[in-house]
Each structure stands twice: as structure tokens, then as C-alpha cells.
Design a protein around this ligand. Structure first.
Ligand code: FES
Length: 121
């Protein structure tokens, strides 16, 4: 990846120091946002879009994890998701996945590594 072609999202250290970050993005020509977090030492990013009723996971609370810290949780109706795969664990949407967004770590700085994604300032 040509580093100068992409804008940095954040540093790994910055992400590790918070529960999560959001970034405004354009993905597949649609304005949306991304959630980013570190889980078990690995950075992850997903489109911030719950498939249940099309809300951001943090729409009702400033949080994307449940109280155990083991699952992502949509604050609208409480559906939970595997943080490593984005797979919904709640019966209504069981097996459906959040849209994963690939990240690339270049010397401690994270970049989106998705063809159809633009970071919006
Ligand atoms: S909109 Fe996410 S659980 Fe209903």
C-alpha cells in the first residue's frame, strides 16, 4: 500500500488507550461511520451499522461493548456481536455479520486497507 495515498486513521497506541473510536467514512459511495477498537491486542474496525434496524451501535449510549467486555453490543436493542468476526449472537439476526473493515498497521499507525473506503475529515 502506498502510504501517502491514504490518510492515517489513528495510532495503535491511541486506539489501545480508549474503549473505541469512531471515524466518518465514505464506504461504497455511502456516507457512514466506522468503529475501531483493540480486542485481545488486535485492532478491529467495522462499519458502525447494526443490521437489525440500521442504527449505529453507539446510538443510545457512548459504548460499543457489553458489560462483560467480551461482546460488541448495539445500544438500541442490545444485540451482541463477536468482536473478532462481527457475527451477531442474538437470535433475530443470528449469524449475520457487521461489515468488517480491514486495517493495515504501518509502524504503529493504522490505515484503512479497503478499496472503496475514504476517510472523511
Ligand atoms: S438496531 Fe441494533 S439491536 Fe436493534
Amino acid at each position: 500500500m502506498a502510504k501517502d495515498k491514504y490518510k492515517p486513521v489513528c495510532t495503535f497506541d491511541e486506539l489501545q488507550g480508549v474503549s473505541y473510536l469512531t471515524r466518518n467514512i465514505q464506504y461504497k459511495k455511502q456516507p457512514t461511520s466506522a468503529i475501531l477498537f483493540v480486542y485481545e491486542g488486535t485492532p478491529y474496525a467495522y462499519a458502525n451499522h447494526c443490521m437489525h434496524m440500521h442504527r449505529p451501535l453507539n446510538c443510545e449510549q457512548d459504548a460499543i461493548f457489553d458489560e462483560t467486555g467480551k461482546y460488541l453490543r448495539c445500544s438500541m436493542h442490545g444485540f451482541i456481536f463477536d468482536p473478532k468476526t462481527g457475527e451477531c449472537q442474538s437470535p433475530v439476526c443470528l449469524g449475520q455479520r457487521l461489515q468488517a473493515l480491514r486495517l493495515e498497521d504501518i509502524e504503529g499507525t493504522l490505515f484503512f486497507a479497503e478499496k472503496h473506503l475514504t476517510l472523511v475529515e
